[in-house]
Design a protein around this ligand. Structure first.
Ligand SMILES: [Zn+2]
Length: 717
């Protein structure tokens, strides 16, 4: 068999898929549709029904989530804003593609890729893709036993049906993805078909019946799926696919509702799929309502409060339902105030709780029927489940925080996203899936495992209220996630992330997400137990700095400023993060070596291997202090010296810092230690300067004093 082998290189790759825009859908390699799109653009024409098969492998240097600024056009106010959207970007991406097709089509593809009809971009990348090789290669099927298994040199998509023929040996089963394969341009929307494929990381050893090209690269040709709907008729289950955080949050919400109905939820989950028996699905609207009303005492209280406030303007539906759904489903059948079934509950209040709840229930079920009845005549398959017929397009009512802003970023909506009624209703459960606190919503997502995602979010919502603060809750999840490391592939670990939604208006929201980078994981594991015990009060602020990627040197600067300039911050007020850190600095009675924790932590994040300088600079500072203390004359110069050094650090002015150091050592008739000259380069400046300053201001304490401070570990979360 002959294939066309293509090697592509791009310095950066962003995957253009409506749901990848906000980082909600992430693939470790471009999905099939992206590569097929590129091939057809090279040929300068559209797909015309030809048959071919394709294999995708690749390697990349790093994956980053980066903010890209998009122009936002506000149609109402005619004003251009800028909207930061977080997108996953692969850096230095190499791709190894094999294509099998008729001789005629192969010729066309070959000449298309050699002399493209247009500049080729891998979806939104800044630089054109470089076609490094287009070559005909002979491919042969060969059998490998487990003993002489071969090692993958690239990450690879391996279509599900290959699993009968080949096996990975030893580690891991691969991660199952449902990948967009192909689309036909029906009038309005892109109608994707989907392929289930396992993602194997490079280095995985595989054996069995393999196809190899003439350079011994394995080839995993994917069969195109038919355009027909997967069999769903006569199916006993309604299935949902938690392939992105949005759908995952809806699935988690559903699981919470089922758990509340005393269902054994584990039997409804398989990897990333939620499967609900049809009979149970029918009851889901009522079960959701039960979930909302589960705590009778608090239901009663909120109705009473509402009545006290509003008198006859009370609307129990709004008190109990609207308040729970409005942020995520603004203007929907469940929240739009113009619907008769919502309006008619105005003024309904009675001592008889059950009677009131009965009416709320009627309205809720009516809203559900309204949702089902709102139908568009579409020929597309649902974008979310990949199997049912779409009956609507996604809009602001489907999930307001995400799609309302999509509406305003016209240039980034390529096509409307088709959705089926089942998925549309399921998305209403996202309100139960997110953990809500003080106007913010939080969700944690594990890409390959729905049950794990559910468990992590339970930690988030049921964690004892020792630490009220949200970051403290996140912290307990972070610790749990780090414990997962042994079981999960590094790709999954790097893509466990937290989604925070902050409502800033009726239909506007900020969506933030952060994940635990490998460096952060390393720093936490190696160092967190050394977190200074005397700074427990600002542990949350510390977490904020590391989650949001701010430099701990800024943190340290505030802390030291508070300590060194106690007087100038005497009247400092306010509860900002920054002022809290300065206050904590003011409250420190003395400084000890335990502050080096922040430097060491930051340097692990920076991947700096020259950390030895930290201790050295600390002791140099301590030594100089001792020399200064020997005479009264120099002792009083210690404070001005500290000020000047802090100022040099603030300005990141290396020259000024060194200048002051030289003067300081002259003062005590010493020469500046050689290592300063050698090590004080731009990269190490903050590390050495802060460590020195901490040493210069530190005090030797009695052993007991130290033990109290530095503690054995930090019982923080
Ligand atoms: Zn669907």
């Amino acid at each position: 068999m002959e294939c066309l082998r293509v090697k592509l290189y791009t310095p950066t790759g962003i995957f253009k898929n409506p749901l990848s825009i906000k980082g909600i859908e992430i693939y470790p390699l471009p999905p099939y549709s992206t590569i097929i799109g590129l091939i057809y653009r090279a040929m300068g024409r559209k797909w015309n029904g030809e048959y071919f098969q394709i294999s995708i492998q690749g390697d990349y240097q790093a994956i980053y989530r980066d903010y890209v600024w998009f122009k936002k056009h506000n149609f109402k106010d005619k004003e251009l804003g800028r909207l930061p959207l977080q997108v996953p970007i692969l850096y230095n991406l190499w791709l190894l593609i094999h294509i099998k097709a008729s001789e005629e089509l192969l010729n066309e593809i070959e000449s298309g890729l050699k002399k493209p009809k247009e500049l080729l971009f891998l979806s939104g990348g800044e630089y054109p893709v470089k076609v490094e090789e287009v070559k005909r290669v002979k491919c042969l099927e060969k059998f490998f036993s487990e003993e002489d298994s071969i090692k993958l040199n690239y990450h690879a998509y391996v279509p599900k049906e290959f699993k009968e023929k080949i096996s990975p040996s030893g580690t891991g089963e691969g991660i199952l993805f449902s990948l967009s394969y192909f689309y036909k341009n029906s009038q309005k929307s892109k109608n994707y078909s989907w392929i289930d494929a396992y993602y194997f990381q490079k280095g995985t050893e595989i054996y069995g019946s393999l196809i190899l090209d003439e350079d011994n690269n394995p080839v995993f040709l994917a069969e195109p799926t038919t355009e027909e709907l997967k069999k769903s008729e006569g199916e006993e289950y309604v299935r949902f696919y938690a392939g992105n955080w949005l759908m995952a949050s809806a699935c988690v919400g559903t699981l919470k509702v089922l758990e509340n109905a005393v269902e054994d939820i584990e039997k409804y989950v398989e990897e990333r799929t939620l499967k609900i028996p049809k009979s149970l699905w029918e009851k889901l609207p009522e079960l959701y309502l039960d979930y909302f009303l589960k705590d009778k005492e608090s239901v009663k209280r909120s109705l009473e409060d509402s009545y006290k406030q509003k008198g006859n303007d009370i609307n129990p539906y709004n008190t109990l339902i609207y308040s729970r759904l409005r942020d995520f489903h603004s203007n929907s059948p469940f929240t739009n105030q113009s619907h008769e079934y919502i309006k008619r509950l105005k003024g309904v209040y009675s001592e008889n709780l059950e009677e009131v709840l009965g009416k709320v229930k009627e309205s809720f079920l009516e809203a559900y029927r309204k949702l089902l009845a709102t139908i568009k005549d579409l020929s597309s398959i649902c974008f979310f489940c990949h199997e049912r017929q779409a009956k609507n397009y996604v809009d602001a009512t489907t999930f307001t925080p995400l799609f309302a802003s999509l509406e305003t970023v016209r240039n980034f909506i390529w096509d409307p996203i088709p959705i089926c009624k089942e998925c549309e209703f399921l998305l209403y459960f996202a309100s139960a899936g997110f953990y809500r606190s003080a106007g913010k919503y939080l969700f944690v997502y594990v890409p390959d495992d729905l049950l794990e995602t559910y468990r992590l979010n339970l930690i988030l919502s049921t964690e004892k209220e020792i630490e009220q603060e949200k970051l403290g809750r996140v912290w307990s999840v972070v610790r749990y996630v780090l414990d997962l490391e042994k079981q999960k592939s590094s790709w999954v670990l790097q893509n466990i992330y937290f989604v925070e939604i902050e409502m800033v208006g009726d239909a506007t929201a900020n969506i933030y997400s952060f994940h635990i980078s490998p460096n952060l994981a390393k720093a936490i594991r190696e160092l967190i137990d050394n977190y200074p015990k005397n700074l427990q009060d600002i542990f949350s602020e510390f977490l904020f700095y590391i989650y949001t990627g701010r430099s701990l040197y800024e943190f340290l600067f505030l802390l030291l400023s508070g300590f060194i300039r106690k007087d100038s911050y005497k009247n400092l007020q306010g509860g900002t993060i920054e002022s809290k850190i300065v206050q904590a600095g003011r409250n420190m009675k003395y400084i000890s070596q335990n502050l080096l924790f922040f430097i060491n932590f930051q340097e692990v994040l920076n991947m700096n291997t020259q950390k030895d300088y930290t201790n050295w600079a600390f002791w140099a500072g301590r030594e100089l202090k001792k020399l200064y203390k020997e005479s009264e004359n120099t002792q009083k110069k210690l404070e001005p010296l500290t000020y000047r050094l802090l100022e040099a650090i603030r300005r990141k002015d290396k020259e000024y810092f060194i200048h002051n150091l030289i003067r300081a050592y002259l003062e005590v008739e010493k020469e500046i230690p050689y290592l300063f000259k050698e090590a004080l380069d731009d990269k190490n400046f903050s590390m050495i300067a802060y460590a020195f300053l901490i040493g210069l201001n530190s005090e030797e304490k009695s052993k007991e004093g130290q033990a109290n401070d530095e503690g054995e570990n930090s019982e923080s979360a």
